[in-house]
Design a protein around this ligand. Sequence first.
Ligand code: F6P
Length: 361
Amino acid sequence: MYKQIGILTGGGDAPGLNAVIRAVVRTAVGEFGMKCIGIEDSFDGILGEPKYTKLTLKSVSGILPRGGTILGTRNRGSFVKIIDGKPFFPEMPVEEALKNLEALEIEALIALGGEGTLGIADQFRKHGYPIIGVPKTIDNDLAATELTFGFMTAIDIATEALDRLHTTAASHDRVMILEVMGRHTGWIALHAGLAGSADVILIPEVPFSFKSIMDKIRQREKNGSRFTNIVVAEGAVEVGTQPIYTDKEALRLGGVGSHLRRRIEAETGKESRCVVLGHLQRGGSPNAFDRMLGTNFGACAVRALANGQTGKMVALRANEVVTVPLSDAIANLKTVPVEGQLVRTARDIGISFAAPNESKL
Ligand code: F6P
């Protein structure tokens, strides 16, 4: 049994990170009698002069409903470089980190993060260091787990935004566009679009035709609805074009909503507005589901380490938390199945995805 374990959070934050941290500490200390060290600012906290804090039952008291992460996080840091849009893991930092972990007497690690963080965790596994990953992303795009915490909270926030935009759109007879997160996948846009009664949902998995958006707006006008609500994932693309970036160098997406707003206004003469929901989807308190899922993931991650597992990620499968190899966890993205039930349901109730042949689908 390990005497002392470490925990860190990496990548963009997500509501529920503190729920996981609390559950890890409570399980490690309370159930297994281990000590717990919180590493600050992701894996970078174990380079150079390490930045860490002792985590006790007292120090995690009251953090369950708190947004963000009490440990701090970093998006990329020193362990991963992006070369030609692909992650590359330089060898040096892992070796330095392993020396520091030994000096700090941290015998195993629990790493909370998405694709990038779990990829770094897998480098530690390759060096024989005991490590368990906990999946985190509001985008819900990791194939190895049915759900990631933070996603349900993000949907709640996007749905509330759509509800609010609905009433103002209807009052002014406007086209309202809500741009939500979702780099490669449209899970947030799809779920919130269904829950928040969008008329058009634009997702990366279904390249859109501008003409199909126009057709939908005009058809609604004909039927007496003089407003239209559109939800667009930041990674959605028009057929034959590339995603729109606010900062191409940093691969930071954004701008598809205002781009569409300008074109819709020019084409229809209708007043149009765009709202970018941005980090409101990631900040603040997790909802009840994400607190519960984060807690379950945290406790199961410690139990996995205590049972001698390593190089695994906890994952939700058929309502049970199981462990899967870290290498599987980072291998595949979970995209929205374009022929799947949710997309079918959305079309059945009259929502358009603005595919080029949408009216025939
Ligand atoms: O967590 C993933 C994500 O939410 C993406 O959808 C989005 O593009 C990205 O984070 C933005 O993160 P940041 O502003 O931290 O770079």
